[in-house]
Unconditional design. Sequence first.
Length: 277
Amino acid sequence: MVKLSKAVAPLIHEVKVVDEQGREKLIHVPGERPLTIYLDKKELVTLMTLGGAPEALILGYLRNQRLVPSIDYIDSIQVDWDTESAAVTTKGNTVDIEEKTSRRVVTTGCGQGTIFGGIMDDIDSIQLSDKAEITKPAIYEIVDHIRTRSSIYKQAGSVHACAVFKNNGQSVELLHFIEDVGRHNAVDSIAGLMWLDEQPGEDLIFYTTGRLTSEMVIKGAQMGIPFLLSRSGVTAMGLEMANKVNMTLFGRCSGQHYLIYSGVNRVNTKEVNVHTA
């Protein structure tokens, strides 16, 4: 069992603004703070984050960057907002951190924007199963749940959200919902929560408000999730990666509208709009 600090920080702040008519008003903006991660006392990276689930974010970052081979290797995560730092202690890390972090790829991610080069090599070993199936009612329920949910975005804007749902066929069950200033932070946080829960991904559906880039697809594949949904679009490399790992991508999900970009065979519907890049 990983020992977690359970650190808390204010997620929204009240600020005074002036509108186009010169009128003063009070509104809310989301928090944004740096968090420097130290892995066994070695500085690893600084993430800009909302701060809603810092321990989960760190766990997911380590998992998705393949910097720790298993959650069993992690002894504790202690977050200290006063020093804007997090200390991760392992039980004897077997991964060569210097070698793992020597190759960096700058990505389109907001709030993060870097992955380590070895991850691009690992994607060739991932192939998601064809057995999973998704239905129209499940898709509509997910979109409606996100639309009606109370959120920081509705209070203050300027954040991305990610959610993971259990696929029950004609219905879904929300397992985790995370908001952060960057969509990659949000997906990493969910990956961390799934790691803590020992939750496999084959019967899950992942939703994000951000675009489906190659990095988002890679992270979904690493979690073993066959379905990625977004209210935004899909990049060409994201689509290429999805086809490589056999993932089903849905973009432009709004109301009862969506586009299926890949993996149409998993969708239980007769009304299919296939978008080609």
